[in-house]
Design a protein around this ligand. Structure first.
Ligand code: 2AM
Length: 178
């Protein structure tokens, strides 16, 4: 099974993020129900490892926190934006949670890419970036004014890839304290 660990967003925030959409040629906008903040992407994991991981995640003790949106941005760079995202103000508690999650993942023998945690919410993916529209979007949403998000739990998701796109199913919800 293909797994990732993420923070869910309130329906209201998903709606507001979806409302930012503009016409960008070739952009695949993430459907509102799939907007999330990825803490860790695990790739293919067998069922026994998944069960062990769920135990380890349940053992994480970390405080809840509030996320504040800040700006929009893109990967890899503005000349050829392939992923357009909503960015967040730096949050040591979010980074701390991602570290604990990464540790739990590694303790199950799951090997992850050695990429620094770069918190973002993917809004759209562009296969063949061209034109000025993506740049205009980034310029228009240089600052993002959205309600803060209170994070009280994180979720282990299965991602099933289908012809119609990915289907995300929560396999476990893990509360934060406070
Ligand atoms: P992102 O959209 O926040 O970048 C589920 O596939 C999630 O895992 C994606 O939404 C993506 O988060 C994240 N992810 C990270 N690395 C990935 C990879 N190599 N392949 C697919 N998804 C990845």
């Amino acid at each position: 099974m293909r797994l990732f660990i993420a923070i869910e967003l309130p329906a209201e925030v998903k709606k507001l993020l979806t409302g930012l959409r503009t016409a960008i040629p070739g952009a695949n906008w993430v459907p509102p129900e799939q907007l999330h903040l990825t803490l860790a992407f695990l790739g293919e994991v067998d069922e026994a490892t998944c069960a062990l991981l769920a135990e380890k995640l349940a053992g994480i003790v970390a405080p809840g926190f509030t996320l504040q949106f800040s700006s929009s941005g893109c990967f890899p760079d503005r000349r050829r934006p392939r992923v357009i995202w909503a960015g967040l103000s730096p949050s040591p508690l979010l980074t701390g949670l991602a570290e604990l999650v990464g540790r739990a993942v590694r303790s199950c023998g799951i090997v992850q890419e050695e990429r620094p945690f770069s918190p973002h919410i993917t809004l759209a993916r562009i296969r063949q970036p061209a034109g000025r529209e993506a740049g205009a979007f980034l310029e228009q949403h240089r600052q993002l004014e959205l309600p803060p998000v209170n994070v009280r739990e994180f979720i282990l998701f299965q991602s099933l890839l289908t012809r119609e796109g990915a289907i995300h199913t929560p396999l476990g919800q893990f509360p934060l304290c406070g």
